[in-house]
Design a protein around this ligand. Structure first.
Ligand SMILES: [Zn+2]
Ligand SMILES: [Zn+2]
Length: 198
């Protein structure tokens, strides 16, 4: 076993998963300060999982590399709007764990870095290659630098085509064979979304 598998766990430990073959080549380490991500944390009462300025630390990778190992029935999901990202969380303790698109057309998952276990996580996911939406950050002593948006986007598309070639673009624990999400995400009302948005 030369490849690095990383355990994923919610805060209470009832939900667990594994990310296979984690490396800076299999995914991109990015941080997002957009208000939607902050709202997403607030909706499930998990604002304490955000970075100090409200950022979300994410490893963007392929869903085929993720396998749920424990507590699959705890997996819950919501969307901030009918067409928004599906935000998956562990319902046992309201830990945000994954973001995906609403369908399998693009093979993509954003995995929350603070659910990744072990001391080697930093090495496995590599340095932050993109920081997005710093305008949404909470005020702080210095201005955050925004960078890498195109690079991260390019990597997403490149990984998707790699997955298509391997035939595993639609694999992963989030959608069934018909392409439907395994858990029907709750769609927030406009009022709920507004109330959660900083
Ligand atoms: Zn839990
Ligand atoms: Zn965001």
């Amino acid at each position: 076993m030369a490849k690095t598998d990383i355990a994923i766990a919610c805060r209470c430990g009832e939900f667990g998963a594994v990310l296979k073959d984690a490396s800076p080549k299999t995914g991109s380490h990015v941080q997002c300060y957009c208000k939607d991500c902050q709202a997403g944390a607030k909706v499930v009462g998990a604002e304490d999982t955000l970075m100090p300025r409200g950022g979300t630390d994410i490893f963007q990778t392929l869903p085929a590399g993720i396998e749920i190992t424990k507590g699959a029935e705890k997996l819950a999901a919501f969307r901030l709007s009918p067409r928004g990202l599906i935000r998956w969380y562990a319902g046992c303790c309201s830990t945000p764990v994954f973001n995906t698109l609403g369908n399998t057309k693009l093979s993509f998952v954003g995995l929350f870095v603070n659910t990744m276990q072990g001391e080697d996580v930093g090495k496995s996911i590599g340095k932050v290659i993109a920081v997005n939406s710093v305008d949404g950050a909470r005020p702080g002593p210095e201005k955050l630098k925004e960078y890498g948006f195109n690079k991260a986007g390019f990597n997403i598309v490149a990984r998707h085509f790699g997955a298509l070639l391997r035939g595993d673009a639609k694999k992963g624990p989030f959608f069934d064979d018909a392409g439907q999400p395994v858990v029907e995400p709750r769609v927030l009302s406009k009022e709920e979304r507004k109330a959660a948005t900083p």
